[in-house]
Design a protein. Structure first.
Length: 165
C-alpha cells in the first residue's frame, strides 16, 4: 500500500516600501507607504504583491519576479522579514510564505493578477485585506516602530512531541 503525501505550497510576499507621492517622489513630512494590490482573482480584496515560487527558482528571485509581474516595478529586496505557515492562512491551499521587505520608486502599474494597486500609509489601510496579510502588515509596522520581528517560537500547544517509533 503506497502512502499519499501532501505538502504545503511555497509562496513569497513582498512588502514594497514606496514614497507617499503618486509620482513616486518622496514628500517631505509624509511617511512612506506600502504598495498593495487589489486582486483580480478570488479571494478578492487587497493583498501584498506575491505568489508561488516556481520549481528551480530561489525565494529571492520569485519575490522580485512576482513584484515585477504584478506592479511593473523593479524591486530591491532589503531583507527577509518572516515566514508565515499557519495552515489556514490561505483559504485555497495550505501555503507557506516567506515575506520580504523591499523598496521601489517610480509609478507602479497593475498587471497580471493585480486588478488595481495603491500605496497606503499605515492609517489608510483598506478594510478588505485578504489572506493573513493584515497580520503581516501589523507585524511589519511593529517591526518598523520597535525593531522587533515577529516571534518565531512555537507555542507549547503547537509543539510536536518526539516520535517513539
Amino acid at each position: 500500500m503506497s502512502r499519499q503525501y501532501r505538502n504545503p505550497l511555497v509562496t513569497v510576499d513582498i512588502i514594497i516600501e514606496m514614497p507617499a507621492s503618486p509620482k513616486g517622489d518622496a514628500v517631505k513630512g509624509q511617511e512612506p507607504g506600502i504598495l498593495l494590490i487589489e486582486r483580480r482573482n478570488p479571494p478578492r480584496g487587497w493583498a501584498l504583491p506575491g505568489g508561488f515560487v516556481d520549481y528551480g527558482e530561489s525565494l529571492e528571485t520569485a519575490a522580485v519576479r512576482e513584484a515585477m509581474e504584478e506592479t511593473s516595478l523593479e524591486v530591491t529586496l532589503l531583507e527577509q522579514f518572516h515566514t508565515y505557515s499557519a495552515p489556514d492562512r490561505d483559504p485555497r491551499h495550505h501555503t507557506v510564505t516567506t515575506v520580504y521587505i523591499g523598496r521601489a520608486s517610480g509609478i507602479p502599474k497593475a498587471m497580471d493578477d493585480a486588478r488595481n494597486l495603491q500605496v497606503f500609509r499605515k492609517h489608510e489601510l483598506p478594510a478588505d485585506i485578504v489572506f493573513d496579510h493584515a497580520r503581516i502588515i501589523r507585524d511589519y509596522y511593529d517591526y518598523r516602530a520597535f525593531g522587533k520581528k515577529p516571534d518565531s517560537r512555537v507555542p507549547a500547544a503547537e509543539s510536536v512531541e518526539p516520535s517513539c517509533s
